[in-house]
Write a new protein. Structure first.
Length: 713
């Protein structure tokens, strides 16, 4: 007989197994919790430097960019009904770049890159590297009224503004990952010109209803400069903490001298454009990236082919500009008020023909089409139209239409003698003047004549039917008389190739060996030193020209040694620069030559109160010269050369700007592209007429003709 185990023994075994299994589960749970606590403790200890660094960076960012405080102040003013003026001011400027801070995550990244730019070690952290915008490394836009939200896609928006209301659009260009650029052995030779930026950007607005196109300027975000200067001013110990330094740090960090030095080449570049749209309607924004990484400056490296990139907008973003209910679209025709007292709404295109006449050759504006004004009344005619019916419409005034007969009378009374130093663009302007506007006037009449069409459109150096008795375009120097009688005004034109070494004879030969001012007045009764003019520009008579001679030279000063020396100083001297210089002259040499030119102008013209007029280069864009000529022209190169000469001439000799550059920049996209087949970058004869009308308004504005005041009736 087999005797079995008692039932109680089996129960005990089952109970023991259950208890043991429960203990093991509890032990495993306790061990897991303990391991997690240890891991968290270790992780927090390792992460504490990042937390300290984050705290330091956030404090520094708030100190450099106190945007939150200003926003709170603005919100308080907006809520306070007792301060309606401040409320209105805040509402109008709430979208300005000054009142629109960058997203904090982007500021943190820029801080990291600023530290890296100084050559300091920085550990990788998800805090700075996990931005979606940075991961795909494509340029993108930030709008003032729609701050980015992580995890949310931007929505279509119609941004509503008032005329002239500022609206900030920022352009963010992350570091390039293009291997063609990164592996280029000549990459470091593409460096921005002083005062320019790493990236070449074009910003344009197009009105849907009328086709009006506006060209905006993009400037580097001023926060780059603040970050660079702020880092240089930080205490040494703070810089050590910010950099997680593993190498010795310099005690002194030099602040940047030029804008491009404030941000490293391989870093995130932020630009901004503050839209101020004066015209009503719905506008589409287009932002084009021409070049990055300084590759627009081909001075020391090969020309890069032109391959622009259109930065995409977040869905269908438009800008609608509307007047308030109490602002009329157009006032009844009345005697216009002075431009300085205009309201913002006076500058809308519908009010253009109510504006006062211009008396300046520097008149910011835009191109309008004559078809926008079908009901225009008497006296509401533009100064000149291009081939498509467009005219230049300044915001603060309107151009008066001058006939060339009126212009000649004006010169006779005011400016009987003009010295003009210019290139082939000036030659085309003079062809219009000496033919009383008839040169290439009737373009439809020569529609089938390809040779003459080409002359009018671009190349006019050789023109078979040209009347050489008017002036000889092939000569370096021309004495051009306007009018039939003895009192006729004269233009002494010298055709030069800028300040390059391509001139023959050298350009300086026009200004050397000219007698001293005090010496000249001894022999020329009509020469008179204008001491008030000298004092205005801080020039002493002894610093003008060569020292006075103790005795007169034989036969007096050698007037005949230079072609342009006349019996009396000219009333005006027109100086055209930039077109040849940008193409052929290195920038440093150009700076030196412009400074020399300024010295000669002070010697030759300033003592007599001669007004200097600066004609900038023609606007250039949308192509490069890959022909055998290899002209080193690009949008930002031409802009940089113009900026230096313009600033120096205005500051040193009180030059007035004849701003043909603005006219070219304001052209619509398809008209800009229409000049691609002109290697000389000449504008067509129709635009030459518009440029001349701008000059006439500057010279003759306010001059009386037949009882009418040309500056306004």
């Amino acid at each position: 007989m087999v005797v079995g185990r008692p039932p109680t023994s089996l129960a005990k075994r089952v109970h023991h197994w259950v208890v043991s299994h429960g203990l093991r589960r509890r032990s495993l749970l306790i061990f897991s919790i303990f391991a997690i606590l240890i891991y968290i403790f270790i992780f927090r200890r390792q992460d504490s430097p990042h937390r300290i660094l984050a705290h330091l960076e956030d404090e520094w960012a708030e100190r450099l960019f106190p945007a939150k405080a200003s926003a709170r102040t603005g919100w308080t003013l907006w809520r306070d009904s007792v301060q309606p003026a401040e409320k209105e001011e805040f509402n109008f400027h709430q979208y300005s770049c000054e009142n629109t801070p960058l997203p904090l995550h982007l500021v943190r990244r820029l801080i990291r890159e600023r530290v890296l730019a100084e050559g300091y070690y920085v550990g990788r952290s998800r805090r700075y590297m996990d931005d979606l915008e940075v991961k795909d490394n494509r340029p993108y836009l930030l709008f003032a009224s729609s701050p980015p939200r992580r995890g949310f896609k931007p929505r279509p928006q119609n941004i509503k503004l008032r005329p002239g209301q500022p609206y900030c659009v920022r352009i963010v260009i992350p570091p390039t990952m293009d291997p063609e650029i990164l592996e280029d052995p000549q990459r470091e030779e593409y460096v921005p010109i002083a005062g320019s930026y790493w990236d070449s950007i074009m910003v344009d607005l197009t009105q849907r209803e009328t086709g009006i196109e506006l060209s905006m300027n993009a400037t580097q975000w001023d926060g780059h400069q603040k970050l660079a200067e702020g880092f240089a001013q930080l205490p040494y110990e703070t810089r050590v903490q910010l950099s997680h330094d593993r190498r010795p740090l310099s005690d002194v960090v030099q602040p940047p001298q030029y804008p491009h030095e404030a941000v490293a080449r391989h870093a995130t570049h932020v630009y901004e454009t503050e839209l101020r749209i004066m015209d009503t309607g719905t506008f589409d924004l287009a932002v084009t990236l021409e070049y990055i990484d300084g590759r627009w400056n081909f001075e020391a490296a090969p020309i890069i082919p032109y391959e622009p990139y259109d930065i995409p907008l977040p869905f269908d973003t438009t800008f609608s500009v509307h007047l308030l209910d109490d602002q009329p679209l157009k006032q009844a025709y009345k005697k216009p008020i002075h431009a300085a007292h205009q309201k913002l709404t006076d500058s809308t295109y519908l009010n253009h023909f109510n504006l006062p006449f211009c008396n300046t050759s520097y008149a910011p504006g835009r191109w309008l089409n004559i078809e926008l004004f079908p009901d225009r009344g008497p006296g509401e005619e533009p100064a000149a139209l291009d081939a498509e019916g467009n005219f230049w419409a300044p915001y603060a005034c309107r151009l008066r239409q001058y006939t060339y007969a009126d212009f000649t009378k004006c010169l006779t009374e005011r400016y009987p003698l003009i010295h003009w130093f210019g290139d082939s663009n000036s030659r085309r302007a003079i062809k219009k003047i000496v033919t009383a506007g008839e040169w290439c006037r009737d373009l439809p009449a020569i529609a089938g004549d390809e040779e003459n069409l080409r002359i009018c459109h671009c190349e006019d150096y050789t023109q078979p039917d040209w009347n050489y008795t008017l002036f000889n375009p092939a000569l370096r120097a021309n004495r051009i008389a306007l009018g039939p009688n003895d009192s006729r005004p004269e233009i002494w034109f010298y055709k030069w190739d800028g300040l390059t070494n391509l001139n023959s004879p050298p350009w300086e030969e026009n200004f050397l060996e000219y007698p001293n001012a005090s010496e000249l007045v001894q022999y020329e009764k009509e020469a008179k030193v204008d001491y008030d003019w000298l004092q205005l520009h801080n020039i002493t008579p002894t610093s003008v020209g060569v020292p006075p001679k103790p005795a007169p030279r034989r036969n007096g000063p050698q007037y005949r040694k230079r072609w342009y020396l006349t019996r009396a100083p000219p009333s005006i001297a027109i100086i055209s620069l930039g077109n040849w210089d940008t193409a052929w002259l290195p920038y440093v040499e150009y700076q030196e030559n412009v400074r020399k030119l300024v010295g000669y102008l002070k010697q030759r013209y300033m003592p007599y109160g001669t007004q200097i007029i600066y004609r900038p280069p023609q606007y250039f864009c949308c192509r490069v010269d890959l022909s055998d000529w290899k002209r080193r022209l690009s949008t930002l190169r031409v802009e940089a050369y113009d900026r230096f000469a313009r600033d120096l001439l205005v500051r040193e000799v009180g030059a007035v700007v004849w701003d043909v550059y603005a006219l070219g920049k304001g052209r619509s996209e398809h008209l800009r592209l229409g000049s691609l087949d002109c290697p000389s970058n000449h504008v067509g004869s129709d635009v030459v007429e518009v440029e001349n009308q701008l000059l006439m308004n500057g010279l003759c504005g306010g001059w009386k003709l037949g009882g009418d005041v040309m500056a306004g009736r």
